[in-house]
Design a binder for this molecule. Structure first.
Ligand code: SF4
Length: 362
């Protein structure tokens, strides 16, 4: 897989999906079998993945099964939850203790790790030392919103590799600059994004949105750029992404990105019980058999419109779903299924950024 490539798979079974995706991209083909490999999920809080906050243990299990089948034995799951939460508790609650026992993969609580200081330009950054001891670093973030940085995915997930006092300091430094600089100090080799059910707005979950996809790439800046648009943002809306690009960590150039989608027909009808916040946005939607991947994207787009104060001026409802295939209408339709509508946003599923741009014009 080249740095400008992104692979996406759709479905409902993250364990099987990720195995298939990694087989397709032949992950690990150039790595030594004795390589030490870090698996870094997002376990920011002790809440299950269904809350929208944490990385799906089923997806991580699929990664482990794939790597072990390829002959890689030296795997470690490492993480440090946010200040005030115990990583040990998160390992247990989020299902990682079980995976650890089942596959003999040790858990490392980075809160207990030694630290080292790395200077990047004018910033001295304290980072967990164990991260430097591995040959391969696999980042396993969740695609989700964040109340301060708008979104969190590949670049921000590295904040789990620093000690708690440093996490506090990042807030005094405005988050964006230190997050970007941290990614200059710590290299990640592969990003496998849990895009099954991340949170709409909050790092700590509570408003999960089904998105039914897993996304893999090598360049964390490109991955975050892709995720930003998927969630309805412009790349510049998330300053740590362009700062990271300026530091040479990766590229924001989505025009030259090669995106390969697998199992695009494997999109499941949305049946999720919405949180009250998501239900408020859903009032603007008329859904007939919409896939979760499509519906979730529209929810993100409506939230972006709401952020801009433009949701309430939307004078009509929006149609979405496979039930509208082939139907002509004067209304606004979302996705390829509504291509016969007078006004329709293409894509299967579309990006939230395109939906936002379209609705802003209406
Ligand atoms: S356009 Fe239709 S088939 Fe494609 S994701 Fe949306 S609802 Fe599903």
């Amino acid at each position: 897989m080249h740095n400008n490539e992104i692979a996406v798979i759709y479905g409902k079974n993250p364990k099987e999906m990720v195995k298939r995706l990694l087989e397709n991209i032949n992950l690990g083909s150039g790595w030594k079998k004795e390589a030490t490999i870090a698996l870094k999920p997002n376990l920011v809080v002790s809440k299950k993945a269904s809350s929208g906050a944490t990385t799906s243990p089923e997806m991580v299990e699929g990664v482990i099964v794939y790597l072990q089948q390829q002959g890689f034995k030296n795997l470690t799951i490492m993480e440090s939850s946010w200040i005030g939460d115990s990583t040990t508790k998160a390992f247990k609650v989020c299902g990682y203790e079980e995976i650890s026992k089942k596959y003999q993969v040790p858990l490392l609580d980075l809160k207990k790790d030694a630290t080292k200081t790395v200077k990047i330009k004018d910033l001295d950054l304290k980072v967990c030392a164990s991260v430097y001891d591995v040959d391969v670093f696999i980042n396993l973030p969740v695609l989700k919103g964040h109340c301060q940085t708008k979104m969190t995915c590949a670049l921000k997930n590295m904040k789990g590799c620093i000690p708690d006092d440093e996490k506090r300091r990042y807030h005094t430094l405005g988050l964006h600059k230190p997050i970007a600089y941290l990614n200059k100090a710590l290299k990640q080799d592969v990003v496998i994004v849990d895009g099954m059910m991340g949170d709409l707005n909050f790092e700590e979950g509570g408003t999960p949105v089904e998105m039914d996809r897993i996304i893999v790439g090598r360049d964390p800046v490109l991955i975050d750029s892709y995720i930003a648009e998927l969630m309805g943002y412009n790349i510049e809306d998330i300053p740590y992404i362009p700062i990271s690009a300026e530091l040479g960590i990766g590229s924001t150039n989505l025009r030259d990105a090669v995106v390969t989608e697998y199992d695009i027909d494997n999109k499941n009808i949305n049946t999720m019980k919405a949180s009250s916040e998501v239900a408020r946005l859903a009032k603007y939607i008329i859904d007939q058999d919409a896939c979760s991947a499509c519906y979730g994207t529209l929810i993100h787009a409506l939230q972006r419109l709401k952020d801009k104060g433009k949701l309430d001026v939307l004078g009509e409802k929006i149609y979405i779903g496979q039930g509208y295939r082939g139907q002509a209408s004067e209304g606004i339709g979302i996705g390829l299924c509504t291509s016969k509508f007078a006004r329709s946003v293409g894509g299967c599923p579309p990006k939230a950024k395109d939906i936002v741009a379209f609705l802003e014009e209406e």
